[in-house]
Design a protein around this ligand. Structure first.
Ligand code: ADP
Ligand code: ASP
Ligand code: MG
Length: 404
């Protein structure tokens, strides 16, 4: 049985017209004799609306109920798709994750798919049915509904492709594929034909929303090739696959940037062993993810400044935790929301010296100040003022010849 998993994102099912359009795409695969498993996200904007409602009711809306609430968006989209397919004469039905079931492990809001029961869906595929399965959600061993993180339908599709041994896993979205940078921010961005899991994971983790980071980890672990393409226009997209399938001589593959980082600075911290640990321990205990960190060398050996970045969503929580921390002394606490982390990513930098210098020089030439730096084997990230994001993107895109 030739199985294909097709995932449609929020914008691809955002209107009635678009749902009619994607039903044609599904039909085309059926006509080519594929057995089709469809995974859908919620119609665009729906999940955000639901989250807004929960926040209006409580700043600390219970995670268990959050999952029940936000998973409903997918139910709407799936029934609309199935209903339209039936209208067009296909055998189809919607499937909520718990009905399959798709089993997850881990905490509410942030679970991970661990197992998918294949029996019912396989039987349905065999009789030519088209199952339309809700992305983004599952059920845990306490039979509670879970969700798997924002953008999680990507991971649902990849795990379905793994468990059903699908020949192809296609992620349909509102852009033609993965680009050198967000094409909605920089019109010079170029579509990437093929990209490794490693680079895609970095690009996604560092802000490229086109794929959810966890989904790429799942794909790499299970060796699932992914095609990312547009549901609006019929054009070839991007293949995400293992490194050995790629012959690419670019040093830098892409540039990502973040939308929701904040910078925190503790000025005049007493410089003694263990102080950084005292600051970060309660943050990590409260699930605040600290990202970039820089500590100045204290000139007098007594005091230092410590700067780090967090997600802006965690800013209030962070302020409270630091102010209530009895184990640290500092003179001033500063916060800044208008920052952006911009990163260049590419496996080519492992073997090419000078990438760091070129990045810094390109930014310096445009008078862009760098606040914090962090690097790994295949990426360099810098923190800059948000107002310079576009200017920096243009400079780096040109410097690393991504326009070509
Ligand atoms: P979907 O609703 O299909 O899941 P998303 O909104 O999650 O779609 O992801 C698609 C969006 O990702 C695009 O509209 C684009 O603005 C953004 N994006 C960010 N970085 C990139 C990139 N490098 N390549 C392509 N798209 C990107
Ligand atoms: N609807 C969910 C979200 O908005 C899942 C997804 O889009 O993949 O995060
Ligand atoms: Mg998405």
């Amino acid at each position: 049985m030739k199985i294909v998993v097709l995932k449609f994102g929020g914008t691809s099912v955002g209107t009635i017209k678009k749902i009619k359009k994607i039903v044609k795409i599904i039909g085309d695969y059926r006509k080519k004799n594929y057995r089709v498993i469809v995974v859908s996200s919620a119609m665009s904007g729906v999940t955000n609306e639901l989250i807004k409602k929960s926040k209006e009711l409580s700043e600390n809306f219970a995670d268990t109920e959050y999952d029940v609430l936000v998973s409903t968006g997918e139910q709407i989209a799936c029934s609309l798709i199935a209903g339209r397919l039936i209208h067009e004469g296909y055998e189809s039905r919607s499937w909520l994750a718990w009905q399959i079931p798709i089993i997850t492990k881990g905490l509410n809001k942030n679970s991970r798919i661990s197992h998918i029961n294949k029996n019912k869906v396989l039987r349905y595929l065999k009789i030519g049915g088209i199952p339309i399965i809700t992305g983004f959600q599952g059920i845990n061993n306490e039979e509670r509904i879970t969700t798997i993180g924002r953008g999680g339908s990507d991971a649902s599709a990849i795990m379905l492709a793994k468990f059903f041994k699908a020949e192809r896993c296609v992620i349909y979205t509102d852009v033609e594929g993965v680009y050198t940078t967000d094409p909605n921010k920089l019109n010079k961005a170029k579509k990437i034909k093929v990209i490794s899991y490693e680079e895609m994971l970095e690009m996604a983790s560092l802000g490229a929303k086109v794929m959810q980071p966890v989904s790429i980890q799942d794909a790499r672990l299970n060796r699932v090739d992914i095609e990312v393409k547009s549901s609006f226009i019929k054009k070839s997209g991007t293949l995400i696959t293992k490194k050995s399938n790629i012959t690419n001589n670019k040093i830098i593959t892409g540039i990502s940037f973040t939308h929701n980082d904040s910078k925190v600075t503790l000025v005049g911290v007493k410089d003694k062993p263990g102080v950084a640990a005292s600051i970060f321990k309660p943050l990590s205990k409260n699930l605040v993810n600290v990202d970039m960190v820089v500590q100045n060398i204290s000139a007098n050996g007594k005091e230092t400044d410590l700067t780090f970045t967090i997600k802006t969503d965690d800013l209030l929580k962070t302020k409270k935790i630091i102010r209530n921390n009895q184990n640290i002394n500092f003179r001033k606490l500063l916060f800044e929301k208008d920052v952006c982390k911009i990163s260049v990513i590419g496996v080519g930098m492992i073997s090419t010296p000078g990438v760091t210098f070129r990045m810094f020089q390109a930014l310096a030439n445009r008078n862009i100040n760098i606040m914090v730096i962090s690097t790994s084997e295949i990426k360099i990230s810098v923190l800059i003022n948000k107002k310079n994001t576009k200017k920096a993107l243009m400079a780096l895109h040109k410097e690393f010849k991504l326009d070509k």
